[in-house]
Ligand binder design. Structure first.
Ligand code: FPP
Length: 232
């Protein structure tokens, strides 16, 4: 029996190479990439009725990039989110974030908090941005929070521990998609993707359109998920 698709998580890779291919500045790749993210989320919600779509927009490791690129990414993200604010409300899309967003520039932090707050009553469509997110940081944070709350770790089980992850209210991804031909998870949702199906495509993120997303979903639908169980 086919498992219903509740959550697709994407690693948006290849913005820089997409721009280089066209002799454009890297920032143009990020700009195009930000547009694509919203389009793909809308398509996932409307066409496939997938309730959760997560994008890896900025990792804890991305701070190592040149300062100008980092500030450009934040500026573009902020501008794009502000532009889409009305659509979040009109299309009843709830915004969530994963990661320590308080460390982001204050204007971006304020935009995120505002959109999260004005969309908090929506339930059907959930757009999740992993921002200043890294799985290792998430795990350490969860251990600290968890041991503070209940020092009796001996009786700890997965259900309790997972409440301390950033994804406490978000189902595990059924499918993780990475663009640009790289075949790795890069510190993305490492615990949550324990049983996820993985899909890698050579397409650079700004070229990843609805048809490319449909191909990934069709591919997922052919897979048999066993979650450690025997073949049926
Ligand atoms: C990946 O390409 C891009 C990033 C890590 C930067 C941030 C992503 C965006 C601005 C789009 C996200 C926007 C929203 C709204 C979710 P890369 O720079 O690693 O490309 P490269 O590997 O070809 O250099």
């Amino acid at each position: 029996m086919e498992t219903p698709l509740k959550h697709v998580a994407l690693i948006l890779d290849g913005n820089g190479r997409w721009a280089k291919q066209r002799n454009l500045p890297r920032s143009d790749g990020h700009k195009e990439g930000a547009k694509r993210a919203f389009e793909i989320a809308q398509h996932a919600f409307q066409h496939w009725h997938i309730p959760f779509v997560t994008f890896f927009a900025f990792s804890t490791e991305n701070w190592q990039r040149p300062k100008l690129e980092v500030s450009t990414i934040f500026r573009l993200l902020n501008a794009h989110l502000k532009k889409q604010r009305a659509n979040f409300i009109k299309e009843k899309i709830r915004l969530h974030t994963l990661g320590d967003i308080a460390q982001l520039p204050s204007n971006l932090y304020a935009t995120l908090m505002d959109i999260k707050q004005v969309t908090s009553q929506f339930t059907k469509c959930n757009l999740v941005l992993a921002l200043n997110y890294g799985a290792r940081e998430e795990i350490l944070r969860a251990i600290k929070l968890c041991t503070q709350a209940s020092p009796t770790v001996q009786s700890l089980d997965w259900n309790t521990f997972s409440r301390y992850l950033y994804t406490a209210d978000i189902p595990d991804p059924d499918l993780v998609i990475r663009t640009s031909g790289e075949i790795r998870l890069s510190n993305y949702l490492c615990l949550q993707s324990a049983y996820s199906e993985l899909y890698f495509t050579p397409t650079y993120w700004p070229d990843f359109n609805k048809e490319a997303f449909n191909l990934a979903i069709e591919n997922y639908k052919k897979r048999e998920r066993r979650f450690g169980n025997a073949e049926q």
